[in-house]
Design a protein around this ligand. Structure first.
Ligand code: 6XA
Ligand code: ZN
Length: 343
């Protein structure tokens, strides 16, 4: 399996994340991918290629024009306004406030386009975000050209990003780019399977009313876990998309047994849906020692999960999402890929 990866990811490395009322070094940091690359090489998965430039037309088709302009210009505006630190959103449109009037002021704009405040924007964020999207797009093109599967080692991740919001370390929804590209390349129906510990609110939002893209997510229950405000079991899609969203919220302490049962159910639904291509939002923060999550999966479980996914027999693109137990991120991620290849 080929890996698509860009060194440009390094350009996104905020110094601070607001966590537990403190500024900490962001959990989502460049070294995460070093562990994945190291493990890929250890296991002989050495076909690692640079994706080249992103397909901007596809990115423009996914995101709103004003949101993309914000991402591209935010840092310059922030500096021009005389702000000393990194861009951290602090004011949000909340209940009964205006939801559709982006402010002129850059501090206000950040709050308008953010869904949470842990995710800082810096001078290199836009370039890194585009390189991450490019990896996803190149992986999809490789599979559309006939490969069975490809791994997009995306950083920053994507599954929390909507067409017009960033947060949860995400700016552009890489998995959604892949799903849309499969559709454009002729797949009638596509499935996105999100096994990251956190609900893929962005992906769900993008496809919620679509009958052609199925979305399934296994995640910490919203009552207990970020992003808190989406990912309930009774969210099943709308309009033409009714029945094409399925959520498996699970409680603190959930171990592999019940998690795998949810996975099997999601896989059965993807099969019944008639998907012709699969996108996997591959987060490994369901791991037992992840510092910001609460499931209890162990490293061999990730290989078993990969095997179950592989048995679907679909052309598949894996997009890297979360996972913060630094040393284990490489092992767990590559375990999913090896399980898949072994299915
Ligand atoms: C913010 C937690 C963000 C989690 C991001 C993540 N307190 N998403 O891993 O998959
Ligand atoms: Zn996550």
């Amino acid at each position: 399996m080929k890996t698509f990866f860009s060194e440009e990811h390094r350009r996104h490395f905020p110094q601070a994340e607001l966590s537990g009322g403190e500024f900490v070094t962001p959990y989502e940091r460049p070294s995460r991918v070093e562990y994945v690359l190291g493990r890929l090489k250890e296991r002989g998965l050495t076909d690692i290629v640079d994706p080249g430039a992103p397909d901007m037309d596809a990115i423009r088709a996914l995101c709103t024009p004003d949101y993309l302009e914000f991402l591209e210009t935010a840092w310059d505006e922030w500096k021009a306004a005389g702000m000393a630190g990194e861009i951290i959103a602090a004011s949000f449109p909340a209940r009964r406030m205006q939801m559709s009037r982006p402010p002129r002021n850059i501090d206000g704009k950040a709050g308008y386009y953010a869904l949470a405040s842990e995710t800082a924007i810096t001078g290199g964020t836009w370039a890194a975000t585009l390189s991450s999207a490019a990896s996803a797009q190149a992986a999809q093109a490789h599979v559309a050209a006939g490969a069975r599967a490809a791994f997009a080692l995306c950083r920053p991740p994507g599954h929390h990003a909507t067409a017009d919001m960033y947060g949860g370390y995400c700016f552009i929804n890489n998995a959604a780019l892949v799903a849309e590209a499969f559709r454009r390349d002729g797949a009638g129906r596509v499935a996105v399977l999100d096994i990251d510990f956190h609900h893929g609110n962005g992906t769900q939002d993008i496809f919620y009313d679509r009958g052609d893209v199925f979305f399934a997510s296994l995640h910490g229950a919203p009552e207990d876990a970020f992003p808190y405000f989406l990912g309930f079991a009774d969210e099943t899609g709308a309009g033409a998309g009714e029945g094409a969203t399925v959520n498996y919220p699970m409680l603190p302490g959930t171990a592999y047994g019940p998690w795998a049962k949810a996975l099997d159910d999601a896989i059965a639904r993807i099969r019944a849906f008639g998907a012709e291509a699969l996108v996997v939002s591959l987060g490994v923060d369901a791991y037992k020692d992840d510092p910001i999550s609460f499931f209890k999966l162990d490293s061999p479980d990730f290989m078993d999960a990969g095997r179950r996914i592989g048995r679907l027999g679909l052309p598949s693109v894996f997009c890297m999402e979360g996972g913060y137990a630094i040393e284990a991120v490489g092992i767990n991620t590559v375990n999913v890929l090896e399980g898949f290849l072994d299915a």
